[in-house]
Design a protein around this ligand. Structure first.
Ligand SMILES: *Cc1c(COP(=O)(O)O)cnc(C)c1O
Length: 383
């Protein structure tokens, strides 16, 4: 590409695509080979070495989107998260993690780290001083998630990156909720950027994948472990993910707009007790969000007034699907206590501020008026 500063939708559509030299087809050809020549070639290719033609092409696209040198594509977000963390932590090391995290990441740390001799601390708050308090002489990694699941808290990227540099630590972020459309942590000096590509990158609720973006040096370190752990993604799904990302820019911008309208509607609604959305001026970190995000994303959470049962309300919806997962083109809702955070004890949920009546709302690309009508009719039914 001659233009060396292409805009986001151009990167989404074209960056890293493979050329069909044989038939001149419009889209990247799909190379399904799991076996490649070893003699007289520059690169020994194999799916679990993360270097098939389609894997490499998609890595270039995601690297451009996250403004990083290199990317590895994984079979799930958790494969990406676990491999990245274990690549920088060995027995005797310590990691400081943000207190509000994706449930699966919390479970990984709680259930697995002790048996590998890795020490960990969760912060009490989200200020960089809360992280600094937990740093020990053997700390190696700071791990954050912003906006966080499910309460959409915002962590200061510049402050965390400065803290990591001060103590010579590796900073890692789960950037899934923002997507690279709304937030590039590399701009603020965060070292390792992780995605569940199952979410906004896939965008159609039909792909499970993950990605890690960083410098060549860090990616090489993660790769050394990744080839042994074996969490690569099949080429067919890689190809589907490349196709999905072509529309990520326009999908996420539409979701940003719908979510903003929806958050304002819910905020002003007498049956809604509380709304969590970083795009609302009432959000405690609205200014911080504005300073590090280009859009506020398609995720919000809300609490109904206590006289309305959250499950009854979700069952009364007709258009919006009560459904696990998030970030598809279709709008979905769920109760974190029943799903993503069900393995946490009620005390732990309370500590994280996750009430039983909390509903997490993943806003799709439908007409927002139709989503509002659906909420109106559901509230009428259950009140
Ligand atoms: C879904 C999700 C993950 C885990 O990704 P999988 O693809 O399900 O393994 C991690 N972090 C966040 C924020 C998520 O939403």
């Amino acid at each position: 590409m001659q233009n060396n500063k292409p805009g986001i939708n151009t990167i989404c559509t074209h960056f890293g695509e493979l050329e069909d030299t044989q038939f001149k087809g419009a889209v990247s050809p799909l190379y399904m080979s799991s076996s490649y020549a070893f003699d007289g070639v520059d690169v020994k290719r194999y799916p679990r070495y993360f270097n098939t033609p389609n894997q490499e092409a998609l890595s270039k696209k995601i690297a451009a989107l996250e403004k990083c040198e290199a990317v590895l594509i994984f079979g799930s977000g958790m494969a990406a998260i676990s491999t990245a963390l274990f690549a920088f932590l060995k027995a005797g090391d310590h990691v400081v993690l943000q207190k509000t995290l994706y449930g699966g990441t919390y479970n990984l740390v709680q259930e697995e780290f002790e048996k590998f001799g890795i020490e960990f601390s969760f912060t009490d708050g989200l200020q960089s001083s809360d992280f600094e308090k937990k740093i020990r002489s053997n700390t190696k990694v700071l791990y954050i998630e912003t906006p966080s699941n499910p309460l959409l808290t915002i962590t200061d990227l510049s402050a965390i990156s400065a803290l990591a540099k001060k103590h010579n630590l590796v900073s890692m972020i789960d950037n899934t909720f923002a997507s690279p459309v709304n937030q590039n942590p590399a701009d603020f000096g965060i070292d390792v950027i992780i995605h569940s590509a199952t979410k906004y990158m896939g965008g159609h609720s039909d792909i499970c994948a993950g990605a890690v973006a960083s410098t060549k040096e860090h990616i090489n370190r993660i790769f050394q472990l990744a080839k042994n752990f074996g969490g690569s993604l099949s080429d067919y799904t890689v190809w589907l993910l490349e196709r999905s990302i072509k529309t990520m820019g326009i999908r996420v911008k539409a979701q940003n707009e719908n979510a903003q309208r929806m958050a304002e509607y819910l905020y002003n609604h007498s049956d809604i007790y509380k709304v969590y959305y970083p795009g609302l001026p009432s959000h405690p970190d609205h200014e911080l969000a504005k300073s590090q995000m280009r859009g506020f994303g398609g995720m919000l959470s809300f609490e109904l007034n206590t006289d309305i049962d959250a499950m009854d309300f979700q069952r009364a919806l007709e258009l919006i699907k009560p459904s696990m997962s998030l970030a598809g083109v279709e709008s979905t809702m769920l109760s974190p206590t029943q799903t993503s955070h069900s393995l946490l004890s009620p005390q732990e949920r309370e500590k994280q501020g996750i009430k039983d009546g909390l509903i997490r709302f993943s806003i799709g690309i439908e007409e927002v008026e139709d989503l509002i009508k659906d909420i109106e009719q559901a509230l009428e039914k259950v009140k």
